[in-house]
Design a protein around this ligand. Structure first.
Ligand code: NAG
Ligand code: NAG
Ligand code: NAG
Ligand code: NAG
Length: 636
């Protein structure tokens, strides 16, 4: 009786404590939002240098607040974990622990017999797929998992009456066959862990994840506020970071990434890291949109030491998939969020190795922010928890961490606001330097601090990785093939840097001032651009499949501030809708208002609404953007 009341009191105390924490968190979030709103008065530019002015965008402007509604987090399950994987430091092996409390809850009757088994996810020779699912292996309490098992499906069942109690899946970072030697090198090579989320602009991070933003303000973190994308979607942007090439140049000089076998030959940075003694890892969720397999042939040889792809294929094939309301991507795989598998993989990779040897890994989430620009608001506690876990593990004491995205919203409500161009072109980019690194290389930390307010690009990130590989190199490293004037972010960027010096084309250049222009005449620009798209389709003999486009209306036209008169070629940005399926486009073009001469690279025109159904008949990643299939044409 006494114990009972005591327990009840204890529970009550916990409730009060939880409530208090919730209230404090809530208040803090409001304060943060408030503070960011006030910032607007003082902070006008992200970058303000002689050749580059990138305006600050208010994340909470009234235009945006018309569309912005924070979303609620939806858990994949409300049930507690029946099986937990724990790492035994002495055995250096994983152990499966059955939670007795949970099993009793699930069994209802205490002495009902039950059994648990796992099935190994076996991956063989194929790089991008798994081979098979192994036989059932029954296990009891605190079973020691063999080191050969890197992925598993787990299931516990009650025996009478027979029913499934819980299913789960785990992917494990094991010390592979021969534990790779830990080279005790001098000087120590810094590890680099890249935590990436598709489609998050600098502004949208502040708007949707203020608590994460606040975490990223802690000592050792630097925000690259002039970081600008160099390509339209994920592929060219990640490709530039990982290779220093634009895909087109790689096609001309190495091989065509659309052809099977090419990706194996591309000089990815992980190859250099590997030869320099790093252990390497690469993990992505959402198998359909993986960077190297979405409309690309993938790898034929496993590209890195720890390659997640076979597991994501197996998980999507063998676990129950749950999509959140209105989402097209897979939200839950079995009992867990799709992205939690890869960020847990990231955590394990660091837990296993980061204190002992140089490691590099890219952990990239495609799945939630891509569907809905505001979904990060529902994910913020999850992401913050990842970062707090890394901190608790001590990872930040050792590794450089890059927390970043590839681009901002390319379609959806953020394309409707006046600042849409900056929303799209300025992805978030935060770099953490561990304390030992800052002590050892104060000049590099100072350079990074300075570069926070200079224009930077994906090619600089590539050069930074090269620099990290060989810190003792004296001169500024310049290795990105497609941007000879790019450099390491750990060296001061010249103050007079312009977009072309950073490898950023005018189409994505955030430095220049454009002003809105109005009037009937602006339709002429859109007409001409549409004409070019039609020509593009005809030249490629796609007219039997794709409809010609015709202008419906112009949404917005902007003209670049230019010292030249109006009789010259001047840059314009035009955003318009066509009659065919109401497709929307955005292009940057040189246009002469007097002669109507126009210059544009059609493949740089962005498609700013979803084209999934419109372009079903087309299987080329780029041509898809401009093709409204005749078969899908909605006649009005
Ligand atoms: C979890 O519980 C909430 C609140 O009771 C409920 O709305 C939700 O549907 C449950 N989720 C699942 C996956 O069972
Ligand atoms: C799982 O993979 C098998 C073999 O490749 C395939 O036949 C099956 O359709 C897949 N199932 C799902 C749900 O994707
Ligand atoms: C479609 O556009 C092309 C290229 O501008 C043009 O040659 C062709 O005549 C157009 N076809 C129709 C049916 O308008
Ligand atoms: C372009 O030309 C039209 C007349 O053809 C004129 O009305 C308009 O103001 C001009 N625009 C600019 C930016 O010069």
């Amino acid at each position: 009786m006494v114990r009972c009341t005591f327990n009840a009191m204890k529970k009550c105390l916990w409730c009060v404590l939880l409530l208090l924490i919730l209230i404090i968190l809530c208040k803090k979030e409001n304060e943060l939002v408030q503070r960011d709103r006030e910032d607007l008065g003082t902070k006008k530019y992200y970058v303000q240098t002689p050749n580059c002015r990138i305006p600050y965008v208010n994340p909470f402007s009234p235009e945006i607040m018309k569309y912005y509604k924070p979303l609620k987090f939806i858990p994949c399950t409300n049930e507690s974990d029946l099986i937990r994987v724990q790492y035994d430091k002495y055995l250096q092996q994983y152990v499966l622990h059955i939670n007795e409390h949970v099993i009793h809850g699930l069994l209802q009757l205490n002495n009902t017999p039950y059994t648990c088994f796992y099935q190994q996810i076996i991956h063989g020779e194929k790089a991008d797929d798994y081979d098979s699912i192994g036989d059932r292996i029954y296990f009891g309490q605190d079973y020691v998992v063999p080191v050969s098992v890197e992925g598993m499906l787990v299931e516990c069942r009650a025996l009478s009456p027979p029913r499934v109690l819980q299913k789960d899946a785990f992917v494990l970072v094991q010390h592979q066959k021969q534990p790779p030697a830990a080279p005790q090198e001098h000087p120590r090579k810094p590890s680099v862990i890249m935590y990436g989320i598709d489609t998050v602009s600098r502004t949208n991070l502040r708007r949707t994840m203020p608590l994460v933003y606040e975490f990223l303000q802690s000592p050792g973190w630097y925000e690259m506020q002039g970081y600008t994308k160099v390509g339209d979607n994920s592929f060219p942007n990640l490709f530039a970071i990982l290779t220093g090439y634009f895909p087109d140049t790689a096609k001309a000089h190495i091989c065509d990434t659309d052809i099977k076998g090419c990706l194996d030959r591309i000089p990815f940075i992980w190859k250099d890291l590997k030869s320099a003694g790093y252990l390497t890892a690469f993990a992505e969720d959402e198998k359909e949109s993986n960077t190297f397999t979405y409309m690309k042939p993938g790898f034929t040889v496993k590209p890195v030491d720890y390659y997640f792809r076979p597991f994501v294929v197996a998980l999507e094939n063998r676990t129950e998939i749950l999509r959140c309301p209105g989402c097209c991507m897979k939200y839950c795989l079995g009992r867990r969020l799709a992205n939690s598998y890869i960020f847990d993989y990231c955590r394990q990779f660091m837990q296993r190795f980061v204190a002992d040897r140089p490691i590099w890994g890219l952990f990239w989430s495609n799945h939630f922010s891509h569907d809905d620009s505001f979904m990060p608001s529902a994910m913020q506690h999850k992401i913050l928890q990842d970062l707090l876990n890394f901190e608790r593990d001590g990872a930040f004491e050792h590794t450089i961490m890059i927390f970043f995205s590839d681009h901002g919203a390319r379609f959806g409500p953020l394309q409707k606001v006046p600042e849409s161009f900056l929303e799209e072109t300025l992805p978030m980019m935060f770099i953490h330097l561990p304390p030992w690194f800052r002590r050892k290389y104060p000049e590099h930390a100072a350079a990074l601090a300075l570069n926070q307010h200079r224009l930077s690009s994906n090619f600089d990130v590539y050069n930074t990785l090269r620099h990290v590989l060989d810190m003792e190199q004296e001169s500024a490293v310049s290795n990105a093939y497609d941007c000879p004037t790019c450099q390491s972010l750990l060296m001061p960027i010249p103050e007079d840097r312009s977009c072309s010096q950073a490898g950023i084309e005018e189409t994505y250049c955030t430095c220049n001032v454009y002003r809105e222009v109005k009037g009937e005449w602006t339709r002429r620009i859109a007409h001409k651009v549409i004409h070019r798209i039609n020509e593009y389709l005809w030249q490629r003999k796609l007219n039997e499949m794709c409809s010609n486009l015709t202008l419906k209306y112009v949404t917005r036209t902007e003209k670049k501030d230019s010292p030249m008169g109006d009789t010259q070629m001047v840059y314009y940005r035009t955003k318009f809708m066509v009659n065919e399926n109401d497709a929307e486009f955005f292009g940057t073009t040189l246009f002469n208002n007097a002669t109507e001469a126009l210059e544009i690279n059609v493949e740089r025109i962005s498609r700013i609404n979803t084209y999934k159904t419109d372009s079903k008949c087309m299987h080329d990643k780029i041509k898809k953007l401009y093709c409204i299939c005749l078969s899908e044409l909605r006649i009005k």
